[in-house]
Write a protein that binds this ligand. Structure first.
Ligand code: ADP
Ligand code: ZN
Ligand code: ZN
Length: 803
């Protein structure tokens, strides 16, 4: 028997499976999707069996045998194996990367597997007994005959033997010692026959009588009965209880937010949407829906009901959210509804916790998975629905290899399971809305909030006018006034600061010089705490200069609006206000998002000040005012999606206000009030924005009218990178169809990062049958040759951004 194995050898130029001989001992147990250890050159490497066959093109003598089988059951199902092949082609990545992205990190590591004999008395086969020779823990690779392997597999399925992974304590299966009490009669008999001077024993037996037949962890037992381990040991020896080891899952501690009421009846719009989804699901159609609903219109409620139906049929659901730690309210709603059937793939989980969640899914112990992008690979085998909430978010696109979009993977998996995909958003991506308009997706619309709460009124404040009237503060007069009123009324305020631009840089007021990173062509970000300047791309740090490096002026100081600066200004303007700040600096610790949000929901603060991370998911009844301090930062990104991102962000943030009884008000401060993204965000109408933006995209030939693929080149040497980019562009132009446009090579908008110069080519096409083939060939040149001169080339099909 021959196995085709994809080996874990990063950046090996040849990306294909290699043939290995299956040792006889493994023939009966090896399956596609299991991991193996194989010799590769001088080393032993991890590999994935992708196929089994009878023959190889290689001469038998040349085929090396598999060293060790790591899994007794496939860790990758046949569906996911096929998906990984598709993924590798679509994203032009290595097959090994496409395989490994599907598994929790703990399983990618190289480690030993052990078999652990849990119940030696139940081992019956004499051969197996002889092999064990009384041992309880043996390396899996010692099982070296087909017979032993078959027996092992049987014992594992009966729970007599378990297989454990020694990845170090952190990730190995966690076990606890459990004590199962004997029945009442036995305990009573033992108690009666106890020695009169064995007081402690009698005490324990009496305690146990109350829990006869029950199981409790040894730790708890000792805590609750107040008994020493030695006493416990004695009564166990007398037959009062039995010891067993139980596998437990590390419970990620999830602080609970307040419960939300379950609405009894759906609105007409919600019901219509749900009916469509239900019909499609009943008919086993792989249909993609775009659920376009204004903020607070009850999309989540539709998801919950649709999932309920699916679960009732014994099927499973995957729910994707842009960033799990930012949506504690959403996850707690799912937990409230579906309890322990829900696994939350939280990015802050330890490798061990993630591995536990993965195993729960794999074993079918949970039926709903909520998680960020990578949860799309949840190893379910009977999926009934896949949901992407906030489908327009760019976090759904992975910006490292394999560069996949979770939406595409969702649709692909849904085709396999014949189940619906729901893409939900108040501000759909242009791509999705265009597809829904053309009928590729089915459009479902929620235009109203359930209790008909009005959308908040939005006021755009022209900051140029503020400056003219002499107001140099980051708070315009109207916003400051609105804040004051809310503070008086004890209502809550959300202040949003878009920090994705370079918003707090050091600028010389005399000559205009901005202090930039010496390694990257990017202005350094000012950090007040240590009077430091930091580069967010490469991590470079330096002290704030006292004089301008160019003109030696002393009028060099930071400019713009970081959250710390905003907090200081709030303290000056509203000294009594209680402020919570939520940004990368205050949320580094695990659980800090949830803690801050809980404090705010409990009314422990008046103002929540934060970056992007507060734009999503917040649903608190007392928020009546939202202020956007500077809308301009995203507007000026060097990216064709700048307007779309600004519109989405403004709409999302505005949606935080007035979701319940109290009406909401929004102020957007900007230096470009006439920009259509701002004007239309004010009106909160998606369709007019869509129409305007589509016209612009058509005019400049951008998605969704064209597809784009970005080929980026980086090198320490400017001349070399330009040279390779030129070569690459020439190759693309020569080999792609006449209708395809290759723009470049040009220097990227961020032209240097971490001392590497960046060049790029942008390929625009409507239909390009030769694209994959041409890019694969280009990648081959790169992997076999160019890479040796220090070049890094990346190919990103339908990139999330192009700078
Ligand atoms: P979205 O996901 O569109 O932002 P949600 O599903 O979070 O909206 O709903 C917003 C609020 O309205 C929530 O507090 C939710 O409990 C409530 N809600 C949703 N559907 C209904 C309904 N049919 N009747 C009453 N309240 C509802
Ligand atoms: Zn200067
Ligand atoms: Zn830098």
């Amino acid at each position: 028997m021959i196995a085709e194995v994809i080996v874990d050898v990063a950046a090996y130029p040849i990306d294909r499976p290699f043939d290995y001989l299956v040792p006889e001992a493994l023939e009966s147990v090896i399956e596609p999707g299991t991991r193996v250890k194989v010799p590769f050159g001088p080393r032993k490497v991890l590999g994935y069996v992708t196929m089994l066959k009878d023959e190889s093109e290689l001469a038998l003598g040349k085929i090396k045998p598999i060293d060790e089988l790591i899994d007794l059951d496939p860790v990758i199902s046949s569906e996911l194996l096929e998906l990984s092949r598709w993924l590798a082609v679509e994203t032009l990545s290595y097959e090994i990367d496409a395989l490994q992205v599907m598994l929790p990190a703990a399983m990618r590591a190289k480690y030993e597997k052990f078999i652990i004999v849990e119940e030696p008395e139940r081992i019956e086969d004499a051969d197996f007994k002889a092999f064990l020779a009384g041992r309880k823990r043996i390396q899996l690779k010692e099982v070296d005959s087909a017979e032993l392997m078959k027996m092992l597999k049987k014992y594992v399925s009966e729970g007599i033997v378990t297989v454990d992974t020694a990845v170090g304590q952190q990730t190995a299966v966690k076990k606890v010692r459990m004590i199962r009490m004997a029945d009442e009669v036995t305990l009573q008999t033992l108690l009666d026959s106890s020695h009169s001077n064995a007081k402690k024993q009698a005490e324990l037996l009496r305690w146990m009588l109350e829990y006869a037949g029950k199981t409790i962890s040894a730790k708890q037992l000792m805590e609750q009965s107040g008994i020493q381990p030695a006493v416990l040991k004695t009564v166990i020896e007398r037959g009062a209880a039995f010891e067993e080891l139980a596998e437990v899952y590390r419970e990620p501690d999830a602080p609970q937010l307040k419960d939300t009421a379950i609405p009894e009846i759906l609105t007409d719009e919600q019901q219509i949407a749900l009916d469509h989804i239900a019909t499609s699901e009943d008919n086993q159609k792989a249909e993609t829906f775009l659920l376009h609903g204004v903020t607070g219109s009850g999309k989540t409620e539709v998801y919950l009901r649709a999932i309920k139906r699916v679960l009732d049929k014994g099927k499973e659901a995957i729910v994707l959210v842009p960033e799990i730690s930012l949506t504690p309210q959403m996850t707690s709603r799912f937990k409230e509804r579906f309890g322990s059937l829900v696994a939350v793939m939280h990015s802050a989980l330890s490798a061990g916790e993630k591995y536990d969640e993965w195993r729960k899914i794999k074993r079918g112990e949970v039926k709903v998975v909520i998680g960020a992008r990578s949860a799309i690979f949840a190893p379910f085998e009977n999926i009934g629905i896949i949901i992407l909430d906030e489908e327009h978010e760019s976090t759904y696109k992975q910006d490292d290899t394999p560069r996949y979009h979770a939406r595409d993977v969702a649709i692909k998996r849904a085709e396999y399971y014949n189940c619906p995909v729901i893409l939900g958003s108040a501000t759909p991506s242009l791509e999705s809305y265009a597809r829904a308009s053309k009928g590729v997706y089915t459009m479902l619309t929620l235009t109203k909030r359930p209790k008909d709460q009005a959308l908040p009124t939005v006021t755009v404040v022209d900051m140029r006018e503020e400056l003219k009237t002499g107001n140099r503060s980051m708070f315009s007069l109207p916003l400051a006034e609105a804040v004051r009123i809310r503070l008086e009324k004890r209502e809550q305020i959300v202040l949003f600061l878009n920090k994705r631009g370079f918003s707090s840089f050091v600028l010389c007021r005399d000559c205009g010089t901005v202090v930039e990173c010496p390694n990257c062509d990017i202005s350094l970000t000012y950090h007040r705490a240590h009077e430091q300047l930091k580069c967010h791309y490469c991590g470079h740090e330096e002290r704030v200069p006292l004089v301008c490096p160019e003109c030696k002026s002393e009028h060099i100081r930071f400019f713009g609006t970081g959250t710390q600066k905003a907090q200081e200004e709030i303290a000056k303007l509203f000294p009594t206000a209680r402020v919570l700040r939520m940004d990368v600096d205050t949320t580094r610790q695990k659980g800090s998002h949830e803690r801050l949000l809980r404090q705010f929901s409990e009314g422990q603060a008046d103002i929540l000040l934060g970056t992007q991370m507060i734009a999503k998911g917040l649903d608190f009844p007392n928020i009546t005012l939202v202020g956007v301090l500077a809308a301009d930062t995203t507007l000026h990104l060097a990216d064709f999606r700048a307007a779309e991102k600004t519109f989405q962000l403004m709409t999302q943030v505005s949606g935080r206000a007035g979701r319940h009884e109290l009406p909401g008000e929004v102020f957007i401060q900007t230096y470009s009030p006439e920009h259509y993204a701002i004007e239309l965000a004010k009106a909160q109408h998606y369709e007019p924005f869509y129409t305007m933006e589509m016209a612009a995209r058509r005019q400049y030939g951008y998605p969704p009218f064209y597809f784009v693929t970005l080929v980026q080149f980086t090198h320490e040497d400017l001349l070399k990178v330009a040279d390779f980019a030129e070569k690459g562009a020439r190759y693309l132009k020569q080999n792609l169809s006449a209708g395809t446009v290759v723009i470049g090579p040009t220097a990227s908008a961020i032209s240097r990062v971490n001392n590497r110069y960046r060049y790029q080519c942008l390929i625009k096409y409507k239909k390009e049958p030769k694209l994959t083939e041409t890019l694969q060939q280009l990648i081959k040149y790169y992997r076999t040759d160019w890479i040796k001169s220090g070049l890094i080339m990346t190919v990103d099909v339908e990139p999330a951004s192009i700078y």
